[in-house]
Design a protein around this ligand. Structure first.
Ligand code: 13P
Length: 249
């Protein structure tokens, strides 16, 4: 039985003051009422603030990107070991905004995934198609090549300490969510693809859905057989909404 994971991706939002409010609300939740593990992926400068407020709570900490390199002359980059130093458990790799605005490729994402695991972090590998790709009927080809780059570099066993997030690009920040059926279809295909390589890894793999998940559509998405949680953008910035999604899990 896979446990549900509801992870917030704050993206480039927040301030010391607004985070204090949001983190306090999360840390004051009655966790016993939740079925889901909670995590928040915060901007780098706020890792220590989040780690301090969330210490002693079950909410896990994550970052939104990581360098593929271990250390050295890479100005502006942040290594996986640095994230581990600040108590991160998770790191997103290959978010579509990194792929489309910052040049992340399937190959560089595979290197980031591997670097995260070397430092003991659990990568959350983001995959998903654009609207044009969906309309062209190549959703699964796109998602498969995103997965295959990681499988080629790290092997299928690496997915036993990783999470996959299916985030259709056309549903991110648009208010247009994939229907539960559309999401379930791709999740099942992702799991089937991993199953060909290793049925046990596939059976245990958490596959999150992301893209305009909100309190009012979360329950139905999270009820789908192969949807093991959510990666939440906008709604993770409002404690009430984020917790309502977690309660729906
Ligand atoms: P929204 O929930 O704002 O659509 O963002 C989803 C996302 O990109 C999470 O990583």
């Amino acid at each position: 039985m896979r446990t549900k994971l509801v992870a917030g991706n704050w993206k480039m939002n927040g301030s010391l003051a607004s985070n204090a409010h949001l983190l306090a609300a999360l840390s004051n939740t009655v966790f016993a009422t939740l079925n889901a593990q909670l995590a928040v992926c915060v901007p780098y400068p706020y890792l220590s603030q989040a780690a301090a407020v969330l210490a002693g709570t079950p909410v896990l900490l994550g970052a939104q990107d990581v360098s593929e390199h271990a250390k050295g002359a890479f100005t502006g980059e942040v290594s996986a070991a640095m994230l581990a130093d600040f108590g991160c458990r998770y790191v997103l790799v290959g978010h579509s905004e990194r792929r489309s605005f910052y040049g992340d490729t399937n190959e560089s994402v595979a290197l980031k995934f591997a670097a995260a695991q070397v430092a003991g972090l659990t990568p959350i590998l983001c995959v998903g198609e654009t609207l044009a790709e969906r309309e062209a009927g190549v959703t699964m080809q796109v998602v498969s090549s995103q997965l295959d780059a990681v499988l080629a570099k790290s092997g299928v066993a690496a997915l036993s300490t990783a999470v996959v997030a299916y985030e259709p690009v056309w549903a991110i920040g648009t208010g247009r969510t994939a229907s539960p059926g559309q999401a379930q279809e791709v999740h099942a295909q992702i799991r089937a693809r991993i199953e060909q390589a290793d049925p046990t890894v596939a059976a245990n793999l958490q596959i999150l859905y992301g893209g305009s998940m909100k309190p009012d559509n979360a329950a139905e998405l999270l009820r789908q057989k192969d949807i093991d949680g959510g990666l939440i953008g906008g709604a993770s910035l409002v404690a009430e909404d984020f917790l309502a999604i977690a309660k729906a899990a």
